[in-house]
Design a protein around this ligand. Structure first.
Ligand code: FE2
Length: 464
């Protein structure tokens, strides 16, 4: 067989940090968006052994774990290696290598970090990213995020967008091309090639290689504003469920997840503890949605139990959607987004009641920055919400001023693209709103729009 090209075009990643281990990820794709659905990534139709190594040092002189995984065509030659036996709160370095039919090739090295031990009170440094629409801009924010070497990165969804090239792109909103033929994703092949398009971006690869990621999804990993098995356009659920299953599979194939899809389901909601400091509760706001129920009964039971029994200083929801009440003033009275938590107010009230205090909600979706106080139905403070802006996706265009005026519990608005840099410790919780000055061309400079802390379950503005 002819020698294949370099296979690590999509980079490496790690995720799901536990005190004793992480998941390592890569995918072999010498032709990242091969047009032939029978050859995803330009790979032959057979399994390929992939060697992996974990070391204590970036030169790989002190290797502590190694082995061989099988990259199978059924999973688009992705590998998900479950590494255990590591020490808590420790940096590690990892890489992959392959032999025939590639000759001998080694991947770039990634840096990862295990979670702290259960009794640790060491602060955790994290970053929060969301909404990275490839065609809308350059992933400069991800390059700056990578340089911070956070302990962990939370991604809140819209890691891809399913759209094709619009017939008439709006000015400034189509600054780089999707993979050919630039059409909307419908099939497994389409979603695989769209994820691959994103990972050909060097800044996104750098962010994945810099720290372990804990990911959840929003709607655009499948289809705009879908709910459970129902697409927003009203087309039949049976056909949509086939599309959703393909999209979930491609998502798994490109993310460092601990669990794989089972039938039509990919279990995303989960608990990621960081010692005694933070219980990160990762939510799935899409898969089980029906009527006035965003989470589905099983996920809601799990969440309320976790909130009531949480022992760490902070209870942190890692989820895509604007959580606080947000009234949009209008001539006929206020209106609300029914796709966000305002469309699920009774469920939101149950979440707030179960949390009681020390709740921090991390959100994305709306493509600009916000900070909010959260009260229960009796007006008592329960916690705060930090809404992080998009990496690139363009905002709707509505300004923040009228919304701030109509919603006194919303304290901050900023209209840049960027990410959040946070620290959670036994004494405090702080968020810096990192922003870039432009995304329509490379090399945007990084700044900090504002910093907020939490005092007695209220946001407080800090000096930058
Ligand atoms: Fe988005």
């Amino acid at each position: 067989m002819a020698k294949l090209g370099y296979p690590f075009t999509l980079g490496v990643a790690s995720g799901e940090p536990a005190p004793d281990g992480v998941i390592l990820w890569t995918r072999l794709a010498p032709v990242p968006f091969d047009p032939d659905p029978a050859r995803p990534g330009g790979m032959p139709a057979r399994s390929v052994p992939v060697r992996w190594q974990v070391a204590e040092d970036p030169a790989f002189a002190r290797i502590v774990r190694q082995g061989t995984a099988s990259a199978a065509q059924a999973w688009a030659h992705s590998v998900h290696v479950r590494v255990d036996g590591l020490r808590p709160a420790t940096d590690y370095h990892y890489r992959f290598s392959v032999g025939a039919p590639f000759g001998a090739e080694t991947s770039p090295a990634g840096r990862t970090r295990t979670a702290p031990a259960r009794d640790s009170t060491a602060p955790v440094r994290f970053a929060v990213a969301s909404c990275q629409r490839y065609e809308h801009g350059h992933f400069t924010a991800h390059r700056h995020l990578a340089a911070e070497l956070p302990d962990v990165v939370f991604h809140l969804g819209d890691s891809i967008y399913e759209y094709g090239r619009p017939a008439v792109p709006k000015p400034g909103r189509y600054v780089r091309p999707l993979e050919p033929p630039e059409r909307e994703c419908l099939s497994l092949h389409d979603y695989r090639n769209r994820h691959a398009r994103y990972r050909t971006d060097a800044d996104l690869r750098a962010a994945h290689a810099a720290a372990p990621w804990v990911v959840t999804w929003d709607d655009h990993e499948v289809d705009d504003n879908y709910a459970g098995v129902r697409p927003a356009d009203g087309s039949p659920p049976a056909a949509f469920l086939r599309r959703r299953t393909a999209a979930y599979r491609a998502y798994y194939e490109h993310m460092p997840l601990r669990v794989r899809p089972v039938g039509e389901e990919l279990r995303m909601y989960r608990w990621r503890p960081y010692g005694g400091v933070a219980d990160f509760l990762v939510l799935d706001a899409r898969q089980y949605r029906a009527g006035a129920d965003m989470l589905g009964p099983a996920q809601e039971r799990w969440l309320l139990d976790r909130l009531r029994s949480a022992r760490a200083r902070w209870k942190v929801l890692v989820q895509p959607l604007f959580f606080a009440r947000r009234a949009f003033p209008g001539p006929l009275g206020p209106t609300f987004s029914t796709d966000a938590w305002d469309g699920f107010a009774e469920q939101r009230a149950r979440v707030l009641a179960a949390a009681g205090e020390r709740l921090v909600v991390l959100s994305g979706d709306v493509h600009n920055n916000w900070a909010c106080d959260l009260d229960d139905d009796a007006g008592r403070p329960v916690g705060v919400e930090f809404v992080g802006t998009a990496i690139t996706s363009a905002p709707s265009g509505a300004g923040g001023g009228p919304i701030l005026a109509a919603n006194p519990h919303i304290k901050f608005f900023d209209d840049h693209r960027g990410y959040l840099a946070g620290t959670a410790g036994p004494a405090g919780f702080e968020i810096a709103y990192r922003v870039v000055d432009f995304v329509d061309r490379p090399s945007g400079q990084l700044g900090t729009a504002a910093r907020f802390g939490v005092r007695e379950d209220r946001v407080v503005r800090l000096d930058v």
